[in-house]
Design a protein around this ligand. Structure first.
Ligand SMILES: [Mg+2]
Length: 171
């Protein structure tokens, strides 16, 4: 491995919504509560290999639902931690961004988070924090995600980006 830190998006990258939940709500992409997600194909094996090679692992997820008032920040962290446990990387650094500017004025919005933030991807805040916490520079870091916002966050943080489908070999 020629990198020391691998940061992963969560939803659609390392985990997916369980089929039985998806059946009831085909548009579901992010879990609403614990127990709704499962690891995606090849993820457990690849993350195990990274750990065996002493590559640091961090998870970084946008959780605008907190700003919209659909989840508390504590619940968002619990779901991110659940993803880490399911994927065999319990204890890895987990970064959750609860902000969303568009939630401002929404009747359920949490005013503490209904604003723009440099942590919300495509902004690079979470990736920069992950690198600082790991003591690793951008040239030694990769970010893996499934959305264009992930790609742009990697660009903005100056780290190499991989599409999840390529990194985990889904196609
Ligand atoms: Mg995603």
């Amino acid at each position: 491995m020629d990198y020391k830190l691998a940061i992963f998006d969560i939803d659609g990258t390392i985990t997916e919504i369980k089929p039985e939940i998806k059946e009831k709500n085909p548009k579901a992409h992010t879990p609403n509560t614990l127990g709704e997600q499962q690891p995606k194909e090849n993820v457990i094996a690849l993350l195990e290999e990274l750990q065996a090679n002493e590559v640091g692992i961090a998870l970084a997820t946008n959780r605008g639902g907190v700003a919209w008032g659909y989840n508390t920040l504590e619940e968002a962290y619990e779901m991110a931690e659940e993803a880490a446990v399911l994927c065999g990387v319990e204890g890895s650094a987990v970064y959750v961004c609860p902000y969303h500017a568009k939630a401002k004025g929404f009747f359920k919005a949490d005013p503490r988070y209904a604003m723009d933030s440099d942590c919300r991807k495509p902004n690079p805040g979470m990736l920069i924090k992950a690198m600082e916490d790991a003591g690793v520079g951008p040239e030694e870091t990769i970010f893996v995600g499934d959305m264009e916002t992930d790609m742009r966050a990697a660009e903005n943080a100056g780290v190499l980006f991989y599409w999840a489908k390529d990194y985990f070999g889904w196609e």
